[in-house]
Design a binder for this molecule. Sequence first.
Ligand code: 0PR
Length: 400
Amino acid sequence: MNQEPLEKEKILEELSKLKKQDLEYSDGRILGSMCTRADPLAKEVFCDFLDANLGDPGLFKGTQTLEDEVIRDIGSFLSLEKPFGNVVTGGTEANLMAIRAARNMAREEKGIGNINSENGYSIPEIIVPKSAHFSFKKAADLLNLKLIEADLDENYRVDIESVKKNISDNTIAIVGVAGTTELGMIDPIEDLSKLAHDNDIYFHVDAAFGGFSIPFLKDFGYEMPVFDFSLEGVSSITVDPHKMGLAPIPSGGILFREKKYLDVMAVKSPYLTSKEQSTIVGTRLGAPAAATWAIMQYMGREGYAKNANECMINSEFLADALFKEDFELIVEPELNIVAFTHPEIPTDDLANMLEEKGWMVSVSSYPKAIRIVLMGHIKYTHLIDFLTSIREIKSSLNIR
Ligand code: 0PR
């Protein structure tokens, strides 16, 4: 730490040097991220709300209204007129809140996880697809739950029979994913919802990635399965503005069907302007809610539909082009993620060769494949350049 205060110019100069080491979304080289470039309007609004604290909402009533309106507006495209929930830091916190609500609800209503003189203590269980995001591992660890991973079918969607088989007296929640992290697949949410409802089990849908595209792709005639609150078994949905919602980081969304899910995890906050708090975070920045509100107004349903459609068109183009270059697609892209392997090139080697050429791809774990997330910052011209690199790699390995 410097002893003497530094001058502003010197500080900014140092910052700019380090920022130059960061990649820019607009270069089109970030191919494995679900986040994207923040819109200038969102950046401006974000800075304007940098000292608003939603942890003490009575002091920031305007910002609280913005958060409420964001949640209400997200509910409007997820078939829920009056949702309850929060703008949080991202999908991890949203999933954690959902599982915490489920855990507390099951404890309160069914006594699951209570110490009981007859049965002793049984650990509450959650059933998630094997493809679920690792945030559920954190949730299970933090909340002291047993995590059960259900098998996937041949298209990497959860196998409903495997979920059914794993239900026990200690099941406190079932999770389905609408837009899996690695492949962008949509689980059979309708079947899961029915299964959960019939068994009186909390059902959470993780639509962190798909939530801001599936509803809008329907407007363009894409056939998309139902995944939202119109299904009576769905208790909560994660949907992240900082992914396909184009909001700046950090902005996650958690929506609950009923207020009781917030109430069951509320703790008293007697000396604050709100007397109870259900969020995990205490002092809570208002800027993400305000910036998300602004970008949602700015995009409108039409803007989101156009963005989602363009991402899908690019995904289909890339998938097609790779297929013609003899790559194997893991699945037909259901959302804007393309995952592929080459029969003659080990996947890690291919990822390294692409990185040497400046392409930041990611490698999926199940199955192992190169995984490209086609966010809006990736344009057609970037894909043409990418395919040129792919051909160069093939020819350097004498593959036709
Ligand atoms: N649920 C799903 C379905 C997700 O894909 C993710 C994250 C989460 C929850 C957790 O969300 P937060 O990371 O917002 O807490 N999916 C991406 C992933 O882990 C996030 C990401 C974004 C990773 C940008 C890398 C990156 O450059 O792959």
